[in-house]
Structure formats: structure tokens, C-alpha cells
Design a protein around this ligand. Structure first.
Ligand code: GCV
Length: 676
């Protein structure tokens, strides 16, 4: 039985756990801070959930090492029991080890203990908890962040799973139990930071940093804190004048500097461990330093100095581009913007500023190249931004399993020397070392009972946590884990896993093959509108005409390809070596261009759209096979989404095919139906 609310932390009886139950009956738990206490409680709850009994809980001091049981602690507190091999792990790391008749779960710190507990429970639920466990793990990414684009009126920008978990009618309004359950889900996959309000800080959200709201913000932060998750607040760069009534928000104006210092001091009185501020500046209408003739380093550093005395950090988004473009002007290329703005500032940011860079140069499209800033930035702290909410990937109506894309991103080689794949570049910042410090991703959650609208979209939230913890994991491994944890070992798990793995290729085919972007309904971003953005101000053009399509981004074109390391610049600049799934991102090609399969580009456009639709139809049929297997409400809610997905795929197929047929007058060589 699937209880959608519990996601991958289902209640079920695990049969024949390899670990003999007696050891699990007694727990000796380190009573440190509140995260350690939560870890002990999670262990107790987890055993109860999976094995049906509640272990007896004792303080660690009651366990002599001779007494049989589970020992939960930090590596320091379990020093005597642990073999010396454990060594020092990164923050959040843990050891799970059987030692004699005992089981030890030891975190490098309390958060590590919590993650160790969740990993053990996950192994137990997957039937992988051996009676001789010896496991040591560390998170690859120090920063594992969830961004919420929740507004105080209760709406969620790009949210497809119901209203906000945190706000309603201009105020904090939440069920504390639900937030605790959310924090549990997030911590179980290693999340350690959360920003709780939209980066577009508008209307009453500007007041979030005032005393009228800070008590409530602090209460929310307190729930997340128990799970090792620290809160960020998104702030509006213009606050000194819009809120503080100063004549300016100029970052170099001493009155502005003082205003932010005092404001930070006030906020930290309420939330002493606030992770810091998240800032969207000079972007899509948000205020920023450009308004005052200042640089982004000026803006970010001023805020960084305000939070520094409190141990805070500034996450500064690189989503800065001109959104007032003239489509007639072919010389300007939005894809260049992040690199053009931020590369010249490399090294100009304070040590508590972290740049947050969208994974691609545009905006979470179905397929984009990895941003050229990765690998290139050498002297600036930075993280990568992903999007779990399915803004361009089907609104949680269409199934689209995002770890499929994230695996490709992790394996992308930036070509800056050896070991320069994204997954190799992730790590801990230290003096003179500026790796990718982690990830932030926009949440796909809301008040819907199943959290994510589409029940199978839970796999995207789960997968995000897993892949940023361990970027060596494949999308397929994650799909298997999630399916078993959610559905157990029956046919439903098998079907779910299989559907997840089919979903991204199918979506890409009927939606945006070959790296063509933004053929989507403007504003809404669901369903086709092939020229919807073509003559708009957003700088997102494909410029299809009767002969050709795509943007020439070679040096002879906009020069975007030259923002990459030489090897990649050459790779992308030649259509023969450019990966085909990015061909139309980098090149303007005639429809009779011959692709690797020997067919024309036009025929490939037709083929992918026909195939994508057929694959969506097959996914619907496959789901129907679970009719008598799953609870009716789960079955029906997913079924209705697959039906809507098929209708969407049909529109994409037919509108795209007709569009190109009308442009070219050339039909499908296989004679399939293309409407006039
Ligand atoms: C929060 C895209 C989205 C916007 C979003 C913006 C951003 O443009 O459509 O809804 O705004 O990205 O990342 O800031």
C-alpha cells in the first residue's frame, strides 16, 4: 500500500531483515544537541515504521560497548567503539558499521549522525542492510539547498502542487506537523539549507525582514533546525528605500550600508543561525546595483559585510540579463549574459559571497549546454542552480524524471584540464580553492497531500537530494532506489522505475529536441506556442524561416561558443562534433542538413515528435497495467495526469509538425499524418 504523503519514507513491514532484530531492540543514543536528539527519534520512528516495534532508548553513557544494541553518536563520542580507520570525514559524513554484536552509526557531526540514521533506514527498507555493514559516506556537496518561490499571499511562483506550505493571505500560516514532516523528507536525502520565500521579493514579502514577521520566521526556522537545515531569506535589494525610506539603495552609500547592518543585526536576534540572504538583483525587473552605476560585486559585498559578523553568507544569483531585448537585433545573445556579467568579476567578491548560477545559460530549458561559468570561475565561491519544479518540463502534469538530465550535467566535462567534469569540480571551499560548493534547486512541493502534484514527481525531489550528495549515482540507480522505497518490491515499483526512465527522452522528443528552446506558451510555459517568444523582449529566439532554424552561436555568430574552454569551444562550434541534442542551440541549420542517422534535420524533427507522442501513449498504457495493483486514488490521480500528458504531447506533435510543414512544404517521408 502506498501512502503518498509519506513519499519514500513508507510504513511497511520489511521481511527477514538481514540484521537480526535483537541488536535493533536497544538503542544507546548520544544526547548532544537537538539534531542528535532528532536522529535518535528518527531511528526509533524508522524501526517502528519498518519492523513494527519501538526499540528501547537509552543514553549513550548507559551502553558499555558490551551491552548489545545500536550505538548512535558522533565519531568523537563513539571513539572507543570505532576502529581507528574512521578518520575525519567532511561535515555531514557518517560511518555505519557492525562491531561485534553491535551496530554503530556515527556522524562526523550531529547532522552526519542524522544522515547516517536515514541511510541505514533506507538500506533496511531496500533489503540492503547486511548483517555485516561497513559503510562510510560523505556528501560531495557541502551546500545542498532547496529554494522556495513561495509568496506570502500563499501562491507559489512556478508551483504545481497546490498553495504554499508556509504562507497564506499575507502571513505565515502553516501546520507545524506538516513542516516537520517536510523537514524530515528533506533531511532524509541530505538537504541542509532552505530559502523560504520567492527570490522575486514583492508586495508584503518585503516585510519579511521586519519585526512583524520575524517571530514567525524564527518559529519556522526552529522546525528546520532540528533536522540540520538552516534557513535563508530572500531579500529585495531596494529595501533601504522601499522599506527603510532612505532616498537610495546605492550599495556604496554609507547610510545604505548602515541600514543593512542594523537590519541584519535585528534579523539575527530572531534567527541566530540564519544561513544568510539570497538575492536576485538587476534581473527581470528586480532592483540591483546597476541602477546606481555599481557592480554586482559592490552590491553583494555590501550585504556580505552586513551578515558577516553573524556568520551569514550572501547567495547572489547570476541570472542577470537584458529582458528588454529587440528581436530585430541579431547581434545580441541572451545566452552570453551570465558569463559576460560575472566572469570579469571573478575574484572581486568577499569570502562570504557565493554566486548561484543556473545550470545553463538560458533558463531551465529541457536541454541547454552547461553554463560556461563552471570550470572558468577560479577565484569566486559558487554553486549550481537546478529546477525541481517542472516549469518547462511539464508542470507536474507530464511525467519528466529530472535526474536523467542532472546525470548528464554531472558528467559534462568543462575541459579545463584533467578531472574537470562537473562532478569532479564539486567540493569544499578553502583558502585559494573555489570548487562548485553545491547546489540549489527550486522546490516542486506544495500543500497537495502528495506534496508534488504528480505522485511520481516525488522522485525528482528525492533524486535531487541523492545526486547532489553523490554525483556518481546514475539516474537509473536513483530511480530504482526511489521506486522500491516508495512502492516496495512488487510490480508497481517495477513499472514506476521503468516509466521514470522513459519519461525524459519522451518529453524531450515531443517538446524540444536538438536543444531548440522556448517554443512554449509565453508566461505559462506549458504547451506549445512555437513563435510565442519569437518577437518578444525576452531574448529567446529560434528564428525559424522557410530554409533554416536555430541561432548561430559560433565565433562567426554571436560568439557564445567561445565562452567555453578551447576544447569545448571547438567541439560546440562545429556541427559535426556538436552533440546532436544541442545542435540547434549552437547552430543555425538548413532543414536539409543531414544528421548522424542519415536523415535530414526536418525529417528528424518530424520523427522525434511522432515518437515522443507514441512514447507518451505507451507510458499511459503501461500505467493502466497497475489498475488492480494500486490504491484507486493513487492510480487515478496518476492516470489522469498521463491522459493530460498525452493530450499535451499531441498538441506538441501536431503543432510543431504542421508549423514546419507549412514553412517548408515538405511532408513526412514516412507518410504519417501532418495536418495542413
Ligand atoms: C522567480 C524564470 C521564471 C521566473 C523566475 C525566474 C528566476 O524566468 O519564469 O518565474 O522567477 O526564472 O529564476 O528568477
Amino acid at each position: 500500500m502506498l501512502n503518498e504523503y509519506h513519499c519514500w519514507l513508507q510504513r511497511r513491514t520489511v521481511k527477514n531483515p538481514a540484521l537480526q532484530a535483537p541488536v535493533l531492540q536497544t538503542v544507546y543514543a548520544h544526547s548532544g544537541g537537538e539534531v542528535a536528539s532528532q536522529a535518535a527519534e528518527e531511528f526509533r520512528r524508522g524501526i517502528e515504521r519498518l519492523l513494527g516495534f519501538s526499540p528501547a532508548m537509552y543514553p549513550l553513557s548507559a551502553g558499555t560497548g558490551e551491552s548489545v544494541g545500536v550505538y548512535l553518536g558522533t565519531i568523537a563520542t563513539l571513539e572507543k567503539q570505532l576502529p581507528r580507520a574512521a578518520g575525519k570525514l567532511c561535515a555531514g559524513g557518517f560511518v555505519i558499521k557492525t562491531a561485534g554484536k553491535n551496530l554503530l552509526i556515527a556522524g562526523q557531526d550531529e547532522a552526519g549522525l542524522l544522515y547516517g540514521v536515514f541511510r541505514f533506514l533506507s538500506l533496511l527498507a531496500q533489503g540492503k542492510a547486511e548483517d555485516n555493514i561497513d559503510l562510510q559516506e560523505e556528501p560531495a556537496s557541502p551546500l545542498r539547498i532547496i529554494n522556495h518561490w513561495d509568496n506570502l499571499d500563499g501562491t507559489v511562483e512556478r508551483g504545481y502542487a497546490g498553495p504554499s506550505l508556509f504562507y497564506r493571505n499575507g502571513h505565515f500560516d502553516y501546520d507545524p506537523q506538516r513542516i516537520e514532516d517536510y523537514a524530515r523528507l528533506l533531511a532524509s536525502v541530505g538537504i541542509n539549507r532552505i530559502s523560504i520565500n520567492n527570490v522575486n521579493v514583492r508586495a508584503e514579502a518585503k516585510l519579511l525582514i521586519t519585526e512583524a514577521y520575524l517571530t514567525d520566521a524564527a518559529a519556522l526556522a526552529a522546525i528546520f533546525r532540528r533536522f540540520g537545515i538552516r534557513v535563508f531569506l530572500s531579500i529585495n535589494f531596494g529595501a533601504p528605500w522601499s522599506l527603510g525610506k532612505l532616498p537610495t539603495a546605492d550599495p556604496l552609500d554609507p547610510a545604505v550600508t548602515t541600514w543593512w547592518k542594523e537590519r541584519a543585526a535585528l534579523i539575527y536576534r530572531y534567527i541566530p543561525d540564519l544561513a544568510g540572504f539570497l538575492v536576485k538583483a538587476d534581473s527581470e525587473g528586480e532592483p540591483g546595483p546597476f541602477q546606481y552605476g555599481r557592480t554586482h560585486a559592490d552590491g553583494a559585498n555590501m550585504l556580505a559585510q552586513a551578515v558577516k559578523p553573524h556568520g551569514g553568507e550572501i547567495i547572489w544569483r547570476c541570472f542577470v540579463y537584458n529582458c528588454q531585448q529587440d528581436w530585430r537585433d541579431h547581434s545580441f545573445d541572451r545566452a552570453r549574459a551570465a558569463y559576460d556579467h560575472f566572469m570579469p568579476l571573478d575574484g572581486a567578491f568577499d569570502d562570504n559571497v557565493i554566486l548561484q548560477i543556473k545550470f545553463g545559460p538560458y533558463d531551465f530549458q529541457v536541454r541547454e549546454p552547461v553554463s560556461p561559468l563552471f570550470g572558468a570561475l577560479r577565484k569566486t565561491r559558487h554553486i549550481m542552480e537546478l529546477q525541481i519544479t517542472q516549469e518547462y518540463t511539464g508542470h507536474q502534469i507530464d511525467l519528466c524524471y529530472l535526474p536523467w538530465l542532472w546525470e548528464d550535467i554531472m558528467r559534462f566535462d568543462t575541459a579545463y584540464g584533467p578531472d574537470s567534469r562537473i562532478k569532479d569540480l564539486i567540493g569544499q571551499h578553502s583558502e585559494g580553492r573555489f570548487p562548485i560548493e553545491g547546489f540549489a534547486a527550486v522546490a516542486n512541493t506544495g500543500l497537495d497531500r502528495n506534496w508534488t502534484g504528480h505522485t511520481l514527481a516525488q522522485a525528482n525531489l528525492y533524486g535531487y537530494g541523492r545526486i547532489i550528495w553523490n554525483p556518481a549515482l546514475s539516474a537509473a540507480e536513483i530511480a530504482r532506489e526511489w521506486s522500491v522505497l516508495s512502492f516496495g518490491f512488487g510490480p508497481a515499483a517495477h513499472t514506476a522505475e521503468n516509466l521514470l526512465l522513459k519519461s525524459y527522452p519522451a518529453y524531450e522528443k515531443y517538446n524540444a529536441p536538438f536543444g531548440v528552446c522556448f517554443m512554449v506558451t509565453p508566461g505559462l510555459h506549458y504547451g506549445p506556442n512555437i513563435e510565442g517568444y519569437e518577437y518578444s523582449r525576452w531574448g529567446t529566439y529560434h528564428r525559424a524561416d522557410a530554409q533554416a532554424i536555430g541561432i548561430d552561436r559560433r565565433p562567426a555568430g554571436t560568439g557564445y561558443s567561445d565562452q567555453y574552454a578551447a576544447k569545448n569551444a571547438a567541439l560546440f562550434a562545429d556541427p559535426a562534433s556538436c552533440p546532436e541534442n544541442l545542435l540547434l542551440f549552437f547552430h543555425r541549420l538548413r532543414y536539409d542538413y543531414i544528421m548522424k542517422n542519415g536523415e535530414t534535420l526536418l525529417q528528424n524533427i518530424y520523427d522525434t515528435h511522432f515518437e515522443g507522442y507514441d512514447e507518451a501513449a505507451a507510458m499511459l498504457e503501461q500505467w493502466k497495467g497497475l489498475k488492480n495493483v494500486l490504491e484507486t486514488d493513487v492510480y487515478q490521480s496518476v492516470l489522469s495526469r498521463f491522459e493530460r500528458q498525452l493530450a499535451n504531447a499531441r498538441e506538441w506533435r501536431d503543432q510543431i509538425n504542421t508549423y514546419f510543414f507549412r514553412k517548408t512544404g515538405i511532408g513526412d517521408k514516412r507518410g504519417r499524418m501532418i495536418y495542413e
